[in-house]
Design a binder for this molecule. Structure first.
Ligand code: FES
Length: 100
């Protein structure tokens, strides 16, 4: 039987890396994997390990506006993300971490 816990993370960043191989638009078509890797590097550089987690996710049902990055529990969605947006996402995460 599952045991319910509180999430151990202040901020959990989900990056959709779903890849339909070109059959239909999906977030991996537009560099979501490099975005995820850059966010993971930023978390390491900021020393947020244990507080902030970056995870690949499957489809969020918002493919038309992807690549999508969803942040919980703050309920923030970045859509149309490119590697150029990583710093903006990191700045948002920085505010969430500061807010505790
Ligand atoms: S493929 Fe990313 S939201 Fe659907």
């Amino acid at each position: 039987m599952a045991v319910q816990h509180e999430s151990p993370y202040l901020v959990h960043v989900f990056v959709c890396t779903n890849d339909r191989g070109g059959a239909r638009k999906s977030c991996a078509d537009d560099n979501s994997l490099p975005v995820k890797e850059a966010l993971k590097r930023a978390v390491d550089e900021k020393g947020w390990k244990g507080q902030v987690r970056v995870s690949a996710s499957g489809c969020m049902g918002l493919c038309a506006t992807g690549p999508n990055v969803m942040i919980y529990p703050q309920k923030v969605l970045f859509s149309g993300v490119s590697p150029d947006d990583v710093q903006s996402i990191v700045s948002a995460v920085e505010r969430f971490v500061a807010d505790g």
